[in-house]
Design a protein around this ligand. Structure first.
Ligand code: ATP
Length: 514
């Protein structure tokens, strides 16, 4: 684990050093859990968004996009349940004055019990060698059984307290389990209180009465309140979907793990409207399609898993997360939810406007059911960055830091490098850049030795380097160096476009989704 923490720290500093992610307001000592994307980060982020947007809107003729405002009528958040129920249970330690999410303290405690079990298993595996039967050991070892029974009972008690919104119950678990504050090491806890995660602000001048508005905590409601507009003007027939990418804001109590949990972040959400009764079929379909979208990036199929929810939100009848193996464990990157007709019905009730669909095939009016796919852009970005980062040992004893980014997502697709800064090589290199730049993000670099320039491009994940040398002037060929294999091949300048396009185009990635 310590080793994984180290790797994660390196990734965070690499992200800063190479212009991917900066702490917000850094010259003023930063703003907690808010980050800015730098010159390379914004390109990677835009490419992720484009991959998602095109996969939704180009590959599905029944999905269209919108871009709704961040400010919305405050009653929307009453109708959606966010004003009353978008809460986290918080608890303070009186000695360290640190604030925690009570549920997270308990989850971390559960994870510690899991660790103890894993350690027992690892110890026994070492002792018994090849003859080790893990299943049998887990079923019979007294210490493991004791930890497991403790864990299961605790998990059940925790799930019940969360489901019942039982704040005293959560506090009692913390007390009974003797959970201490990681900073002060004491058990001097306050009561558990509910904390609403929405940011509020005022709209309009205070003199003639202003209105409290919220910064949206999810983009989905902007889709629901535009359902009728899009359905009517786009003459959409069920089943159909509406996709949106945009900022969301949550006043997270404990924000940690870099851009994994931020207070301002971005979501890519798609609401798919279906006939009542067909929602579970579509839920299964979207589960499959979304995992395929992730896996097409080629970051390793074993790094994904579904986590089906057994504790469902009151409006949902099925829910699953797609989790990705980050350096700090499997973590949710995307949620897929069958939301029934809860949201549309609530907006119908609160607005007094009829929100129904006339199904010409069934000759029937109904309020559509909804399957939602909701993915955080920043978490996706983090998963791509973590999986791409490698400190590679090279044969000569050298190491290089390289980002094996999926080529269509890379911020820079190719770098054109004159071998020396004279003899007409820079001019020739510029000529090549002027051809390629219309289709690919292309860098020109002439400073430093060629090896150093290759390393700089490796560090930002550039899939191709094109080196212009004296031979180029004679026969119009260049060396094309591939990032991952570091292989160099001599190719004709006129073939460059096709060779690069083949690997870096978004279309090649989208074709894998067919
Ligand atoms: P978590 O349990 O981690 O708080 P959630 O279940 O509340 O997440 P959803 O409301 O389902 O998350 O939001 C959908 C997606 O939005 C998540 O899968 C995640 O990728 C992203 N997301 C949610 N909260 C944050 C945040 N604070 N920072 C960055 N991304 C977030």
């Amino acid at each position: 684990m310590a080793q994984q923490d180290d790797v994660f720290k390196k990734i965070v500093s690499h992200a800063k050093e190479y212009g991917f992610v900066f702490p917000s307001s850094e010259i003023y000592d930063g703003l907690s859990a808010v980050y800015d994307y730098g010159q390379n980060g914004v390109e990677l982020k835009n490419n992720i968004k484009r991959y998602w947007w095109d996969a939704m809107t180009l590959l599905h003729e029944n999905i269209v996009g919108i871009d709704s405002a961040i400010f919305m009528h405050p009653t929307i958040w009453k109708a959606s349940g966010h004003v009353d129920a978008f809460n986290d249970p918080l608890i303070d330690n009186r000695d360290s004055k640190k604030r925690y999410r009570a549920d997270v303290l308990i989850e971390d405690h559960l994870a510690k019990i899991d660790d103890k079990i894993a350690k027992e298993v690892a110890k026994a595996a070492k002792r018994f060698g090849d003859a080790f039967d893990e299943a049998q050991f887990r079923a019979t070892n007294a210490r493991v059984l004791e930890h497991q029974a403790h864990r299961d009972a605790l998990h059940e008690r925790f799930a019940k307290a969360m489901n019942d919104n039982d704040l005293d119950g959560l506090r009692q678990i913390i007390v009974d389990e003797e959970i201490v504050c990681p900073i002060s090491g004491t058990k001097n806890w306050t009561e558990v209180r509910q904390f609403n995660l929405m940011f509020k602000t005022e709209m309009g001048s205070t003199a003639d009465g202003s209105m409290t508005v919220y910064l949206r905590p999810e983009t989905a409601q902007g889709i629901f309140v535009n359902y009728l507009n899009v359905q009517k003007t786009g003459r959409m027939r069920i089943p159909f979907g509406i996709a949106q990418i945009g900022k969301a804001f949550r006043n997270e109590i404990v924000a940690r793990q870099f851009i994994f949990r931020m207070r301002e972040f971005e979501q890519m959400e798609m609401q798919f409207f279906v006939r009542p009764g067909e929602e579970l079929k579509w839920f299964a379909q979207w589960k499959e399609w979304r995992l395929k979208w992730h896996k097409a990036l080629g970051m390793g199929d074993e790094k994904y898993r579904y986590h089906d929810h057994d504790k469902l939100a009151h409006y949902a009848n099925a829910a699953t997360d797609i989790e990705f193996l980050m350096p700090f464990g499997f973590k949710e990157v995307e949620g897929i939810h069958s939301r029934t007709n809860f949201d549309l019905s609530q907006h119908q009730k609160f607005s007094g406007k009829k929100i129904e669909y006339f199904d010409p095939e069934l000759n029937e009016h109904y309020t559509p059911y909804v399957i939602e796919t909701s993915i955080g852009v920043d978490r996706m970005f983090l998963s791509v960055l973590c999986s791409a980062y490698e400190e590679e040992q090279l044969p000569g004893g050298d190491t290089r830091t390289v980002l094996h980014l999926p080529a269509p997502l890379a911020p820079v697709k190719c770098a054109v490098l004159p071998l020396v800064r004279k003899d007409g090589l820079p001019e020739k290199a510029r000529e090549i850049v002027d051809e390629l730049k219309f289709d690919f993000a292309t860098h020109y670099e002439e400073k430093d030795a060629i090896g150093k320039r290759y390393r700089r491009q490796d560090a930002i994940g550039t899939p191709f380097c094109i080196t212009v040398d004296h031979q180029t002037l004679e026969d119009n060929t260049v060396t094309l160096r591939e990032r991952d294999s570091m292989e160099q091949t001599r190719v004709k300048v006129e073939d460059l476009h096709a060779l690069i396009h083949d690997r870096v185009s978004l279309a090649s990635l989208l074709r894998k989704l067919r």
